[in-house]
Write a new protein. Structure first.
Length: 247
């Protein structure tokens, strides 16, 4: 039986939440992916046409070449399938230049939330299609002296998987590696495709709306949407539930 075949529908969730899975870009880190995709578009199309909406709808969460092809198709670029490989290479070169220049940072609310959940003793996994996520997380240091990457029990970033989001493959693999049932995991995502992937895997979906896109995350099926992870109630998590912090 494959990981995909072991996925359970959300309606079959047994018990409460006991583990967390985190996306990276837009959840843990303000990374330069979108900027790199936009700037690398020069020579293929007008970079000004590459909006945040296009990035979120067609690129975020997908393997690099798949995202490149989807973006070019959305922009009406001829021969998008062939051009996608070249565009993806240009994007990666520009991205590495931006990372080397230090053009990324961790979201403070994300660092507080990750450490609060880790303090519960829960197993945590980090799961991103980005092959650059590990490099960036290693450069983020916590007060404990750990790197951000060190907090996680399992790391499935940058794996060569058969499917991209909204397929749940990456999240099901993460759940397997932290030895947790999908039904007992919550996934933190900032993109509708990621929320859909969590739902498809039978997991609770926590949407963080950093781009004024709460309605899109709700439409994708998020169980809870917040604009800051500080708004998630840790005491509710202790009881296995996703809930907003009372004010």
């Amino acid at each position: 039986m494959t990981i995909l075949e072991r996925a359970r529908p959300r309606s079959d969730r047994i018990g409460g939440l006991t583990a967390g899975i985190f996306d990276v870009d837009g959840v843990l880190l303000a990374s330069p992916h979108e900027q790199a995709w936009r700037e690398a578009l020069k020579g293929f199309a007008d970079p000004g046409r590459f909006t945040t909406a296009i990035y979120e709808a067609h690129v975020a969460g997908k393997p690099r070449v798949s995202g490149a092809r989807a973006a070019l198709e959305a922009l009406g670029v001829p021969d998008a399938e062939r051009q996608a490989v070249i565009y993806a290479e240009h994007k990666q070169r520009r991205f590495l230049e931006l990372v080397h220049a230090g053009s990324f940072a961790a979201f403070p609310d994300a660092l507080r939330f990750v450490q609060a959940v880790a303090a519960l003793g829960w197993p945590l996994a980090v799961a991103s299609s980005s092959k650059n996520a590990n490099q960036m997380m290693k450069q983020i240091h916590l007060a404990s002296g750990q790197s951000l990457l060190d907090v996680f029990s399992a790391n499935v970033c940058g794996r060569d998987l058969q499917y991209g989001k909204p397929n749940p493959e990456i999240f099901l693999l993460a759940a397997a590696e932290i030895r947790s049932k999908p039904a007992n995991c919550f996934v933190v995502e900032d993109a509708p495709a990621g929320i859909e992937a969590a739902r498809a895997g039978g997991m609770a979906a926590l949407g963080v709306a950093r781009l004024e896109d709460a309605s899109e995350l709700r439409a994708a099926g998020a169980d809870l949407v917040v604009t800051s992870l500080d708004d998630v109630a840790i005491d509710a998590l202790v009881n296995g539930r996703l809930s907003r912090r009372s004010t």
